[in-house]
Design a protein around this ligand. Structure first.
Ligand code: BGC
Length: 739
């Protein structure tokens, strides 16, 4: 074995034969943890449970236990900041590949792509020496105004559960811990530090917890990040119910709970209520510049003092230290994990593939798309999002990329390869800034022309063009798709609706490409023949968009959340359950999730409110026909049923369809949603090819959470399984009975 270890300062001099247990990879993890713990002083235990810099925590140099390095997450590896400040460290070797936002990943409905994502970003993190990547995020899409929806996986707990697991596995296969965030009930950014969520247990267990549970139990996530807000009047970074009762006791989580940055507020609660590793606290010491400001963290000197005074014991400290040691051994002390790689061709290919699979074709009247490739034809591209870099901004997921292909550049490259020309018009001026924590895009997007002048120019050019492609939507500035703020409404900003309407009137071959991580209102929907939902696609953005527009890739993405017609159609807003009610005597906002389990399509289906575009919707350039679904049994005792759905590609090009399986409980003692997603499969078919798609469900797919009994209950009786290419396009159903 090549395990000779020689530590500095003559502390440890040992060879493979005499390795101390905690350093010996052949020994079981928990033996190593106990051995390390037994050698540590109380001070050393305290030292490893809080930060020592913006993104790192200390190891135990005396024992050769390494520091832990974390970094954001989740779309690429964040550039280096200063030891103690958010400003850039100014490295020249920390530019990364930006992968598409997690909404795009969820829209791929392809778990294989999710593994590829985790693996690729894990290799980048590895190369940069990171032990913990702060992501992925799986907070449920409760309202379209949440500024951070783009970092999450949509509105459906089943879809998010299936998609999060391979990401975690791919990442951790690189020896980099996932830090699944933000646990839990962090579903809006407005008042994120002062919102106290009030939610019933059934809703908590059915809607807001499943994706976290899957990440922990199936993905085996090594760490989890608490959320900023309150639940049951306790901050979620030290929350007895969420962290101790549910995460650690019910789910058996053996990893470390990491606070969100600055999410710790109280030493005693931090000690008893499940927090293991404190990051980002802005303590007085930090502001005043005490000798080592990090000693002032809630879980630093104040904790030690309570122990020394005998006011608290060391049982909790040992548990925290054990969990941090486990994290350390799994990551920083995994000496087999390899070096990783950065900005490799494979990573760009992965980013492009994820983008290609996640882009959603929302509408395609008269088959305007794909663009017919014809020598000499003219394409006009309009809109700020065709040129604006989108990898900078949005909050902690902001990146510094090696390169980012803009939609305009991607379209130009694809057009020129088939002899077509591309012209550009700005159309509107939105947000011309391009800076986050000192990373600057370097783009000068200033344009002093009036809105009328910009529209006149675009319309004039549109009349002369064979195709007009408008690329707009949201961006990563505050009040849009951005951390720490929510959107003011559902509408597109910067009067983009006016530009779109004018272009629709000027040219019938008109395509709108919406770049966003959230649903937007489309009052012009009927006037625009083709609409593409393009998300934030990262480094390969323009290439993926061009792949789909020119038909190099047949779109196969499906919406991971509902697009409502108007905000008031969305459950939280229909019921006045956002952003809650401010308490008279404090800063706290009580926010009751009044819609309960009826989130997203569960609400729209049950209340019969037609959405603009439904959950699961997404078109293709080919046609698919669904045959009659069959079940392998009419009655089931344990809930297991296998459904077979024959799907045929009845069009002319190869493509992929997502067979979505929804379950309805036909009669139940509690009210249930009209239907719920409980299975899906993405199938690639050549023209003329038919495949029998098989989906197996078990008892979990039939059960609801009975809060009184605190258990999942599947009531005997009749259920209906429905299959189709979208939640609002059911093609075939079959009934079966649970005995
Ligand atoms: C965000 C986290 C992020 C952390 C570190 C916080 O403000 O909520 O998602 O990982 O900062 O940047």
């Amino acid at each position: 074995m090549a395990l000779t270890v020689v530590m500095s300062a003559g502390v440890l001099q040992t060879s493979a034969k005499s390795l101390p247990v905690y350093r010996d990879p052949s020994r079981p993890l928990d033996e190593r943890v106990e051995d390390a713990l037994s050698r540590m002083t109380t001070q050393e235990k305290i030292d490893i449970i809080h930060a020592q810099s913006k993104f790192s925590s200390r190891g135990v140099p005396r024992l050769g236990l390494p520091d832990l390095w974390t970094d954001d997450g989740p779309h690429g590896v964040r550039p280096e900041v200063l030891w103690d400040e958010w400003d850039q460290a100014g490295w020249t070797n920390d530019s990364c590949v930006a992968f598409p936002a997690l909404t795009c990943l969820a829209a791929s409905w392809n778990p294989e792509v999710s593994y590829l994502y985790g693996k690729s970003v894990g290799e980048e993190a590895r190369y940069r020496g990171k032990d913990v990547l702060l992501g992925p995020g799986v907070n449920i899409y409760r309202t379209p105004v949440n500024g951070r929806n783009f970092e999450y996986m949509g509105e459906d707990p089943y879809l998010a559960s299936v998609m999060v697991v391979p990401y975690v596995q791919g990442l951790q296969d690189c020896g980099v811990a996932a830090c699944v965030k933000h646990f839990a009930l962090n579903n809006n950014e407005l008042n994120r530090h002062t919102t106290n969520v009030i939610v019933d247990d059934r809703t908590l267990y059915e809607i807001y917890l499943p994706a976290f549970k899957a990440a922990v139990q199936k993905g085996k996530a090594w760490s989890i990040m608490g959320a900023y807000n309150y639940y049951k009047d306790e901050h979620l970074c030290h929350n007895q119910r969420m962290l101790n009762d549910i995460l650690k006791k019910e789910w058996g989580f053996d990893g470390a709970v990491v606070s969100d940055w600055g999410g710790t507020h109280d030493t005693r609660q931090a000690i008893t209520n499940g927090l293991d590793l404190e990051f980002g606290s802005w303590t007085d010491g930090l502001a005043n510049g005490a000798s080592n400001a990090y000693d002032n963290y809630y879980m630093a000197r104040p904790y030690l003092e309570l122990i020394r005074k005998g006011e608290v014991g060391t049982e909790e400290l040992d548990d925290k230290a054990r969990r941090v040691l486990r994290l350390m051994i799994r990551t920083a002390m995994d000496y087999t994990k390899g070096d990783g790689e950065m900005c490799s061709e494979a990573h760009y290919d992965a980013a492009r593939r994820i983008g290609d699979e996640g882009i959603v074709l929302l509408r395609n009247e008269n088959r305007v798309l794909p663009i017919a490739k014809a020598q000499g034809k003219k394409i006009l591209v309009v809109g700020e999002n065709a040129i604006k870099m989108m990898t900078v901004g949005g909050g902690s997921s902001s990146l510094k990329v090696q390169h980012e292909i803009s939609p305009l550049d991607g379209i130009r490259a694809a057009a020129s390869s088939c002899g077509m020309t591309v012209d550009y018009a700005r159309g509107y001026v939105g947000d011309v800034t391009g800076e986050y924590n000192g990373v600057v895009t370097g783009q000068n997007l200033n344009d002093s022309r009036s809105a009328a002048e910009l529209i006149a120019e675009a319309v004039g050019k549109a009349r002369e063009a064979d195709y007009v492609i408008f690329v707009g939507g949201l961006n990563k500035s505050a009040g849009q798709d951005c951390e720490d703020s929510d959107r003011a409404g559902l509408e597109l900003p910067y009067a983009q609706d006016d530009v779109i309407r004018a272009l629709a009137a000027a040219n019938p071959n008109f395509v709108v490409v919406n770049v966003s991580g959230n649903a937007v209102a489309m009052p012009w929907v009927k006037d625009v023949p083709a609409i593409v939902q393009a998300w934030f696609l990262g480094s390969e953005s323009g290439n993926s968009i061009a792949d789909v527009l020119f038909g190099e890739v047949n779109p196969s993405g499906k919406l991971p959340f509902t697009f409502p017609v108007r905000l008031s159609d969305s459950p939280a807003h229909a019921l006045g359950a956002y952003p809650g009610v401010k308490r008279a005597d404090s800063d706290v906002w009580d926010l009751e999730y009044k819609e309960g389990i009826l989130v997203g399509y569960r609400w729209h289906d049950t209340k019969k409110i037609k959405p603009l575009f439904a959950f699961g919707h997404g078109l293709s350039y080919t046609d698919f026909t669904f045959g009659k679904m069959t079940a392998d049994r009419a009655e089931t005792e344990d809930g297991t049923v296998t459904f077979t759905v024959p799907v045929t590609n009845s069009g002319n090009v190869a493509g992929a369809e997502v067979v979505q399986l929804y379950i309805t409980d036909n009669k139940c003692s509690v009210s249930r949603p009209a239907k719920e997603l409980k299975g899906f499969a993405k199938v690639f078919l050549q023209p003329g090819e038919t495949r029998d798609v098989k989906i197996t469900i078990d008892r979990d797919a039939l059960a609801f959470f009975d809060a009184d009994r605190h258990e999942w209950v599947a009531e005997p009786g009749q259920f209906t399984a429905s299959a189709g290419p979208a939640s609002d396009n059911i093609k075939t159903t079959v009934k079966f009975k649970l005995k």
